[in-house]
Design a protein around this ligand. Structure first.
Ligand SMILES: N=C(N)NCCC[C@H](NC(=O)CCC(=O)O)C(=O)O
Length: 446
């Protein structure tokens, strides 16, 4: 028997070390803004403003905490020794690239935090979580442990929630989480079709693969997650991303497609075999017809899709149709802005468009959809979670005051070795776990 369920969005709160280090080869924005001075305070406030607007509209909105950065335990594991201050000084002088990597606020992009399968799809009828190993990028590969702790601190009740460790951290099982996973369904509480999109088949060197940029997700990783989560064939589609799109800067599928309910909004160059993907989804989707909203290259050239992050939008149910929550950049690029007007006028499933300013995150390649992890929860499951992370007016006020008190409004690469920064971060995060009621999740708290 299906139960009423909602889609909750858990946004990553941007951390106090948000900076532009050019760490992500294959992510055009990250590379083009390398060494710009960032504004962590503005970044965090932009993220909170997005959460607040959506919470005010009645969507269930949660918060996932930032991670401790710079991450001293990683530096110690790599042979740096002495006091925290000694280590920062040494690594800043000898290995600034490493310091940048362990200082990234990248856990803000919670679409990469984990893959989540709702209880309507899983064999044991629990919600399953697998933190993504993010093994393609060193700075992201250090996220999954604390991500797992945060998820366990929020989704604690084992009768409702199952937590798996990240997959083995090697390229064969490269996993980028929900950014390459879309669920289509007739209603959130109904069994859905989980569409896993991969960039490469790891154990077949002859299979198609991008030539310029890395494919971060493998088929083998997606299959492993489907097994761990107890998904059945009738709920599953595996699709290969178009290698040419990866080579044009589409480093995750959520940069070129987004789905919600029975609607898949995608660019014609998203998939290697578009017809098969649609046929596979159609044959498995029950209780609804698939609405395929296809954007052609003639309407929006691939480079405009990448530059605007049109598809990195949130697609949300409203009482009359669906809302596309787009980044501000979509209105700055003429082809995209024109397309959005025609989309709303077309009489299709997407009936409104709203602009969100997340520019600080966008400059590192993270749009509205990168900043959120979707978790479909039945009414009982929602009641069972740690409610301290659900955004209310009061929590919004507390978090804004917390950001104002602890965050800098300028951060350059040279600041990352400042021992004061580490102290500021730890003080802020210690207070935050109290505000969110998470207990101890950071290494410095254990
Ligand atoms: N599409 C989704 N779901 N997420 C976007 C992640 C952006 C992130 N950028 C970065 O990690 C850049 C950090 C820097 O260069 O400082 C990444 O490439 O993994």
């Amino acid at each position: 028997m299906s139960q009423h369920a909602v889609e909750a969005n858990f946004d990553g709160l941007v951390g106090p070390t948000h900076n532009y280090a050019g760490l992500s080869w294959g992510n055009v924005a990250s590379k083009s803004n390398v060494r710009s001075v960032s504004n962590p305070k503005e970044a965090a406030l932009q993220g909170l403003a997005k959460m607040k607007r959506l919470a005010d509209r009645g969507y269930v909105q949660g918060v996932l905490p930032p991670h401790e950065r710079p991450h001293l335990p990683t530096l110690r594991a790599l042979g740096f020794a002495g006091s925290d201050g000694d280590i920062l000084k040494k690594v800043a002088a000898e290995a600034p690239a490493l310091l940048a990597a362990v200082s990234s606020a990248s856990p803000m992009w919670t679409a990469n935090a984990a893959t989540v399968s709702p209880s309507a799809d899983t064999a044991d009828h629990r919600v399953h979580f697998t933190p993504a190993n993010l093994s393609a990028k060193f700075h992201r590969s250090i996220e999954h442990e604390v991500t797992g702790r945060a998820l366990k601190a929020i989704f604690t009740d084992e009768s409702y929630f199952a937590h798996h460790p990240a997959l083995p951290s090697v390229s064969h099982f490269g996993d980028e989480g929900a950014a390459n996973h879309t669920r289509l369904c007739s209603g959130y509480g109904e069994p859905g079709v989980e569409l896993f999109v991969y960039g490469q088949i790891a154990f077949n060197e002859d299979a198609p693969a991008p030539v310029k940029y890395p494919a971060r997700q493998t088929l083998e990783a997606s299959q492993a997650i489907a097994r761990l989560h107890g998904l059945r064939d009738r709920n599953l589609v595996f699709a290969q991303q178009n290698p040419a799109a990866i080579d044009a800067g589409v480093f995750h599928n959520d940069v070129i497609a987004v789905g919600n309910g029975n609607t898949l909004f995608y660019h014609e160059l998203a998939f290697l075999d578009e017809d098969r993907v649609l046929a596979d989804v159609r044959s498995r989707l029950s209780g609804a017809e698939l609405e395929a909203v296809r954007v052609s290259s003639a309407e929006v050239p691939l480079e405009d899709a990448v530059a605007s992050y049109l598809f990195n939008s949130q697609l949300l149910n409203t009482p009359d149709g669906m809302l596309l929550a787009v980044p501000g950049e979509c209105r700055e690029i003429p082809s995209v802005s024109r397309y959005l007007d025609s989309l709303v006028a077309s009489g299709g499933p997407i009936t409104s468009v709203e602009v969100f300013d997340v520019k600080q995150s966008m400059r590192n390649g993270g749009g509205p959809a990168c900043l959120r992890l979707r978790v479909v929860l039945t009414d009982d499951e929602l009641k069972a979670i740690n409610r301290g992370v659900i955004l209310t007016d009061q929590l919004y006020e507390r978090l804004t005051t917390w950001v104002e008190a602890h965050y800098r409004d300028e951060l350059s690469q040279e600041d990352l070795g400042d021992p004061m920064l580490l102290e500021e971060v730890r003080k802020a995060l210690d207070e935050l776990t109290g505000i969110l009621g998470l207990g101890s999740i950071y290494d410095f708290q254990l």
